[in-house]
Design a protein around this ligand. Structure first.
Ligand code: ACO
Length: 311
């Protein structure tokens, strides 16, 4: 009966055990889990674009091989996240449809342009660094298929972060112009990276419920602070300045204080008016339309082999 099922669900959450696809879940849990997993999957797929843009212009074979591997990893992350959403009853074609018609979100960060190869390094360092910070706790998220997907994703994200940092270290040991490129890219990506963690806790409509259901293990502001604290020493080691005059160690709090984030810009990007929103979605839509014949052929082939087996 419904009360029994609900007790079982609440008990599973309270015991810190995993919810699995076979388990009954409240509609709200299903809805928010599909929402988060779909947005996450879309982010991985849209996230292939800013860097994919540089594959043909990588400065060496080594950098090209690294970048290709990284962008392929992102496709893989997107695909198994869509599979995780399917275990909750979501339809993958429908999720894609919602993405290409602008009815479902993806991370704000991928709506910024990549102007030169230093951006590839800074995306690895800051964007993938922020992604790891946000996703490592999700390995303990209450929904089993999502939490398990996060384990592999985080391992691959660590490689992405390291390749970025190593690229930047190399550039910082290069010419004055290369050092300027790294500083410029850092200036452009720092604030958008802080926005990746989502709105401040006071303006985050989903956090309280997602924390209660142990979908999220930390609030947006907690993870943002953790990211700032771990990134400041990395910036020092690299020799770049983070573009925030208010950034300083606060011995009382035991954390770095930092300046106010421009939440108007965040809202603008979320509403679809960021620098590259239209381009990103149009590119994804075109790829989807151009791939229609492949999906049709695959479906026809699957139907034919099924008929063959049934004979
Ligand atoms: N970009 C776009 N949308 C965002 C962002 C962002 N940076 N931050 C928050 N939002 C959206 C939320 O998805 C939510 O959307 P809704 O209209 O569907 O409800 C709304 O803004 C309000 O935010 P919150 O209530 O704080 O939402 P939530 O509890 O889901 O927290 C967060 C947002 C932290 C992003 C969470 O969903 C999460 O941890 N997701 C998994 C990680 C992820 O998606 N990473 C993708 C980028 S990293 C990468 O792919 C390399």
């Amino acid at each position: 009966s419904e009360p029994d099922l609900e007790r079982h669900f609440e008990g599973t959450i309270a015991r810190d055990a995993r919810i699995e696809p076979r388990d009954w879940v409240p509609e709200g849990y299903r809805k928010t889990m599909i929402r988060q997993i779909a947005q996450h999957a879309h982010s991985e797929i849209i996230g292939m674009q800013p860097e994919g843009n540089w594959i043909t212009r990588a400065p060496s074979l080594r950098r090209k091989a690294i970048l290709l591997a990284k962008v392929q990893d992102e496709a893989g992350h997107g695909l198994y996240l869509y599979s995780a959403a399917e275990t909750l009853g979501a339809d993958r074609a429908e999720l894609t449809e919602k993405l290409v018609t602008g009815r479902q979100k993806y991370s704000s960060i991928f709506n910024y342009p990549t102007l030169n190869f230093a951006d590839v390094g800074v995306i690895g360092w800051l964007v993938d660094g922020a992604a790891i910070c946000n996703q490592v706790p999700l390995c303990r998220s209450s929904y089993g298929p999502y939490a398990r997907a996060m384990i592999r994703i985080c391992k691959e994200e660590s490689f992405h972060q390291r390749q970025g940092y190593e690229l930047l270290m190399t550039m910082m040991k290069g010419t004055e112009q290369q050092r300027r490129m790294v500083q410029d890219a850092t200036d452009r990506w720092w604030w958008p990276s802080l926005m990746m963690f989502g709105p401040p806790d006071a303006d985050s409509p989903n956090t309280a419920q997602s924390m209660a259901w142990k979908i999220k293990r930390h609030t947006n502001d907690e993870l943002r602070q953790r990211f700032v604290d771990m990134t400041v020493p990395q910036a020092e080691a690299l020799g770049v300045t983070l573009p925030d005059p208010e950034l300083r160690w606060n011995p009382e709090r035991g954390h770095y204080d930092f300046g106010e984030i421009d939440w108007t810009e965040f809202k603008r990007v979320l509403s679809g008016a960021g620098p590259c929103n239209a381009e990103r979605v149009a590119h994804r839509r075109a790829a989807h339309e151009n791939g229609a014949w492949v999906r049709e052929a695959a479906a026809a082939h699957a139907a034919k082999s099924r008929r063959g087996r049934e004979k």
